[in-house]
Design a protein around this ligand. Structure first.
Ligand SMILES: Cc1cc2nc3c(=O)[nH]c(=O)nc-3n(C[C@H](O)[C@H](O)[C@H](O)COP(=O)(O)OP(=O)(O)OC[C@H]3O[C@@H](n4cnc5c(N)ncnc54)[C@H](O)[C@@H]3O)c2cc1C
Length: 282
């Protein structure tokens, strides 16, 4: 099937892109890597009168470490997160999550901001953003910008708090202390598939971040489990706390109870791995 007709726009600045979004409102959609949007258009699961292609907006590419934060511009390709030593040093969880996304062809086109803005509940990056305490930076026509904590950004399947006239311009990942441990674990039916269940976690002295994915309509921050972990609970207790309130969907891929069992096992394994890494860091 082919997409319904649309008008194509290729702005070269953030301001021009925001201007188009403001002009066309919910009739417009941003096109980044196209790895999620294009299949949805082609299958006619959705249609928009205007596509605003941000691939020529130079300001939206690249990343930098600034005052304890790794700032990744929204249209930076996912493959960059996989390959750059600076990313692996500043946000190891982001680097380790990337090879789990689809296949390399998808990561060659797919963008960091596209994955976050798309907000698929089984996606790795939204969970990484929540576990690390990242902020998302949004821009509007006229230069207005606001930052939203990842915790508050994801509100439902494919739904975020971004307004139709807002462009996601950057994701800001805090650089965790040198002495930290990180782990991401997931189960998918085949290599490259979206996860049936997964968890991203981080730990340092007195602080932990745990976010589950594939087990609800958003990435799910496991606050009780984080507190238990910081208080010195054993990995199986942390895992139990992480899944206690889960209410995952049953679908053709797995039942709710299977997802909970998988998630419990993955959290325990991730906590053990992150803890070992923390210990090895001295
Ligand atoms: C076969 C296959 C397997 C996949 N497996 C996985 C997987 O395992 N894990 C995973 O996480 N993903 C997976 N994906 C999705 C992939 O990671 C996409 O790259 C990602 O979800 C969307 O990024 P994109 O840059 O391609 O965005 P697009 O497809 O261009 O856009 C996606 C959505 O985000 C919006 N958007 C994009 N950029 C912005 C912005 N800057 N501001 C505001 N809105 C924006 C678009 O309007 C659209 O609604 C898979 C895709 C395929 C085709």
């Amino acid at each position: 099937m082919k997409p319904a007709p649309f008008e194509y726009h290729a702005p070269e600045t953030v301001e021009d892109a925001c201007g188009l979004l403001a002009e066309y409102g919910d009739e417009a959609k941003v096109l980044a890597g196209g790895q999620s949007l294009v299949p949805m258009l082609a299958l006619r699961l959705t249609r928009f009168e205007h596509l605003v292609d941000v691939n020529r907006v130079g300001e939206l590419g690249g990343f930098a470490r600034e005052n304890g934060t790794l700032v990744v511009q929204a249209a930076t390709r996912q493959r960059v997160m996989e390959r750059e030593a600076l990313v692996a040093a500043a946000a190891p969880l982001l680097a380790r999550a990337t090879p789990l996304i689809g296949h390399f062809q998808i990561r060659n086109r797919g963008t960091v901001g596209g994955s976050l803005a798309h907000a698929d509940p089984a996606s790795e990056y939204p969970a990484v953003a929540v576990a690390l305490g990242a902020e998302l930076e949004l821009a509007r026509r006229g230069g207005a910008r606001r930052r939203v904590a990842a915790d508050d950004f994801f509100v439902g399947t494919w739904t975020t708090t971004a307004e139709p006239d807002e462009l996601l311009v950057a994701a800001r990942f805090p650089v965790w202390p040198e002495r930290s441990g990180f782990a991401i674990e997931e189960v998918a039916r085949r290599h490259g598939d979206f996860a049936l269940a997964g968890v991203a976690c981080a730990v340092s002295a007195g602080r932990a971040g745990i976010a589950l994915f594939g087990v609800g309509s958003t990435p799910i921050r496991a606050r009780a489990a984080e507190e238990a972990w910081v208080a010195g609970a054993a990995p199986d207790e942390v895992a139990e706390a992480a899944v206690r309130e889960l209410d995952p969907p049953t679908d053709v891929h797995a039942t709710a109870s299977t997802r909970v069992r998988i998630a419990r096992h993955l959290v325990e394994r991730a906590v053990v791995r992150a803890q070992e890494e923390l210990r090895a860091a001295g």
